[in-house]
Design a protein around this ligand. Structure first.
Ligand code: ATP
Ligand code: MG
Length: 428
């Protein structure tokens, strides 16, 4: 026999036992974003490679070594999107959504990075991203943080995540700080790892973001960008902190938080947990006031963040039993020739009358015993029983699979009323 073909390493199937948690998360996020007045946008998964090089930055992990880039049949260089912001900005410019406008947008979907697969780090992973355009004040930065803080409460995760916050200042203040940092790092050049040495010239701030634990002490002792902020960025940051203080949102200012992409300036933040091992950042973002112009649009302030869906799902699974909202309400057991002919039609009538009913119809025949086994496995609380006798009398049996209630025999019309009441009771 030929060898089974396996999925691409680091690209996972999301199995039926996991999807309830995914859907729960997606549903809660969607409700939250609707409630805050954000609008969904859907972008292509493939973009021109140039878009990511110009936005994320040539000297970043993503562009240097993580992108899935290929030449298509026309000879164009294309890339599977490693993140959503670049595509969102491209779509905003191309469709005239940004100039002189305010936009609150969100998207979700798969992203692709050729990283070393491990827990919480995959080659295809999913993000839910939020981007706001046309607002330059700290109020919108605060809205993003308050909104995510509310999300953790809605998901029951507020006790296991904490907020880290920093300001990267303006381009000018970063340039001034860069000189100070490089001087410090040259003094300690022997202690730098290979990656960092390479970045000393090209992108020294990124060294602060190093994941190498041996670099930690050196990085922690480095001069801090927060001590060299320009006045405007400092005032922006102070106002943001004041709003968070008033709202009672706790945060830790982390001067080493620089984020892995070039386009950020001023506010950056991450929500981190210590429950997932090394891959602890579940949500990350910041301000990117320069990016729209960098990609050819008119200067437009912008702020956004992205959540890692796999990491949040793991956290939900670790924190409590996954939601079980999606099992059927009822399983239709149908035994006998007449019943099998009638069953599917009866199910359609029930669905016409009760659009919210989740009804699983037994197919493939079998004895009552084997069909009840399937009913039980479906986790439905009710079994609807249709035998040849019920067909002849226009009735339907209702058996309670998860509670001690006596079986009922109702007319098929009364079953509709009964199920309607049942749906109302089980929704509350
Ligand atoms: P990390 O520091 O963990 O590598 P990052 O800074 O590269 O993250 P971002 O580009 O900011 O990540 O992406 C936002 C979020 O997407 C991350 O905080 C994380 O939750 C998630 N994420 C990023 N890369 C991966 C990946 N390879 N697998 C799973 N989730 C990821
Ligand atoms: Mg990364």
């Amino acid at each position: 026999m030929s060898k089974h073909i396996q999925a691409v390493r680091g690209m996972n199937d999301i199995l039926p036992e996991e999807t309830p948690t995914w859907r729960h998360l997606e549903e809660v996020v969607r409700q939250l974003l609707d409630a805050y007045g954000y609008h969904e946008i859907r972008m292509p998964i493939v973009e021109k490679t140039e878009l990511f090089k110009r936005s994320i930055g040539e000297v970043t992990d993503i562009v240097e070594k993580e992108m899935y880039t290929f030449e298509d049949r026309n000879g164009d260089m294309l890339t599977l999107r490693p993140e959503g912001t670049a595509g969102c900005v491209r779509a905003g410019i191309q469709n005239g959504l940004l100039h002189n406008q305010q936009q609150r947008l969100w998207y979700r979907g798969p992203m692709f990075r050729h990283e070393r697969p491990q827990k919480g780090r995959y080659r295809q992973f999913h993000q839910i991203g939020v981007e706001v355009f046309g607002l330059d004040g700290p109020d919108i930065d605060a809205e993003h943080i308050l909104m995510t803080a509310r999300l953790w409460k809605m998901l029951g995760l507020d006790a296991v995540v904490e907020l880290q916050l920093n300001s990267l200042g303006t381009v000018a203040s970063r340039a001034a700080y860069r000189g100070i940092l490089v001087e410090y790092l040259w003094h300690h050049v022997d202690a730098l790892d290979e990656d960092s040495r390479r970045r000393l010239d090209s992108n020294p701030l990124r060294i602060l973001d190093s994941k190498n634990p041996e670099m930690r002490p050196l990085i922690e002792a480095a001069p801090k960008l927060t001590d060299h902020l320009d006045e405007e960025s400092q005032a922006h940051f102070d106002t943001l902190c004041a709003i968070l203080d008033e709202a009672g949102v706790e945060y830790h200012i982390n001067p080493c938080l620089v984020r892995g992409l070039d386009y950020y300036g001023k506010t950056v933040f991450e929500w981190v947990t210590n429950k997932l091992g090394a891959q602890g950042t579940v949500c990350a973002g910041g301000r990117f006031d320069g990016l729209v112009e960098q990609l050819g649009g008119k200067p437009t302030p912008a702020m956004g963040f992205a959540m890692g869906v796999e990491r949040l799902v793991s956290l939900l699974e670790a924190e409590h039993v996954p939601e079980e909202h999606y099992q059927p309400h009822a399983y239709l057991v149908q035994v006998g020739e007449a019943a099998q002919r009638r069953g599917l039609l009866l199910a359609e009538q029930l669905r016409d009358a009760l659009p919210l009913l989740r009804l699983e119809v037994h197919c493939g025949g079998g004895s009552f015993k084997s069909q009840f086994k399937k009913a039980d496995k479906s986790r439905a609380p009710l079994a609807l029983i249709l035998g040849d006798e019920e067909v002849a009398n226009g009735t339907l049996g209702i058996k309670f699979l998860r509670e001690e209630t006596e079986q009922k025999l109702l007319s098929q019309q009364d079953v509709i009323d009964y199920l309607s009441g049942y749906l109302i009771r089980s929704a509350t």
